[in-house]
Design a binder for this molecule. Structure first.
Ligand code: A3P
Length: 346
């Protein structure tokens, strides 16, 4: 896209904001204050629920919702969209390298969170909260990705469900990759992350986290609506690719190849092998550039289970969903898969 064309589009965006179509309700007061004692990192005043699916987000999202909804997608944008802890980072690195002629040097030198913009990051904390945690203020993505980024290809990560993203996203020419992961492993991974990460400051046991997850009282919940919406909309949108974390675990080369074709890239089998090697868990976990907290002032808590890139397995849930919890989670899954042909690879 030319600078001129881009400028035109950015101006147009300011003139014609689509009305945000969903109601945004503040969480009931008692529940809100209870959750503020459970998630000690929350600084924006608590939570909101959005639309009839009750998307659960920090309160600050309320003022920003229309900007994400009206975000002007460019034809060369690349999005990675996921429910948290589903393999976002892994996919981001794969997509970035495939889109950038396997430029390992730049990938190593430039932290992943500088190569991608986290679309709704600004809504997760107050200015003061960001200064405390990161040592700097955060620019809203709809500004940071505006004029300044003209002429550059934009790589964007978001955990927002498709419904809250720009309505033309999937029918635009931008490439969108969605990654889904079995919910049992997502819950376990999210639990550790919420405990380790001061942005959440989750102060509780696994059983309590699971209960909140089940009640859709976790950031970016409901999980099922998130994944099922993407699953349904994968049909008929040629610039939208739905992949599974489990498929990446089972045969990474196959997924890398599929994503490469989707992005319109062509690499030799040896080049793909090299990328697979780069992405393998044991290499990936020691790669500072992909550690989301590498250049943050804030650090995750110490300990193996607190690492951002933690176990990287299918089935780690077995250690957590034991006794009654196992039956509970299996029933919950069965209930939620009743109305869909979505099935997680086993
Ligand atoms: P676990 O906590 O189960 O280990 P996200 O990037 O969406 O936050 O997802 C994080 C999850 O993806 C973590 O799961 C992390 O270990 C896993 N992951 C990251 N890189 C991986 C890799 N190269 N191979 C396998 N799993 C990986």
């Amino acid at each position: 896209m030319s600078k001129q064309e881009g400028k035109g589009q950015e101006n147009q965006q300011q003139e014609e904001l689509l009305k945000f179509p969903y109601e945004i309700k503040e969480l009931e007061a008692d529940l809100n204050s209870k959750l503020l004692q459970t998630f000690l990192g929350e600084r924006t005043g608590g939570y909101v629920q959005v639309g009839y699916k009750n998307w659960f987000l920090p309160k600050k999202y309320k003022q920003d919702a229309k900007f994400y909804y009206n975000f002007k997608v460019r034809s060369d944008d690349v999005f990675v969209v996921t429910f948290p802890r589903s393999g976002t980072t892994w996919t981001q690195e794969m997509v970035w390298l495939l889109s950038n002629r396997l430029d390992y040097k730049t990938a190593k030198e430039t932290p992943l969170n500088h190569r991608y913009t986290f679309l709704e990051f600004y809504s997760l904390n107050t200015d003061e909260g960001f200064v405390n945690l990161l040592g700097r203020k955060v620019t809203p993505s709809w500004i940071g990705l505006g004029q300044e980024s003209l002429g550059k290809r934009r790589f964007i990560k978001s955990h927002l469900p498709l419904e809250l993203l720009p309505p033309d996203l999937l029918c635009s020419r931008a490439k969108v990759v969605y990654v889904a992961r079995n919910p049992k492993d997502v819950v376990v991974s999210y639990y550790h992350f919420a405990k380790a990460n001061p942005f959440y400051g989750f102060d509780g046991e696994f059983g309590e986290f699971w209960e909140l997850f089940r009640q859709n009282l976790i950031h970016w919940a409901p999980y099922w609506e998130h994944v099922k919406e993407a699953w349904t909309r994968r049909r008929g949108n040629e610039n939208f690719l739905f992949i599974f974390y489990e498929d990446m675990i089972k045969d990474l080369k196959e997924t890398v190849n599929k994503v490469s074709i989707f992005l319109g890239q062509s690499y030799s089998s040896e080049q793909l092998d090299q990328l697979v090697h780069h992405l393998k868990f044991d290499n990936f976990k020691n790669n500072n550039s992909v550690n989301a907290f590498a250049d943050f002032r804030v650090k995750l808590k110490e300990g193996d289970n607190n690492r951002f890139i933690r176990k990287g397995q299918m089935g780690n849930w077995h250690e957590y969903f034991t006794g009654n919890l196992e039956k509970e989670v299996e029933d919950w899954i069965e209930e939620n898969l009743k109305d869909t042909d979505l099935r997680f690879p086993i």
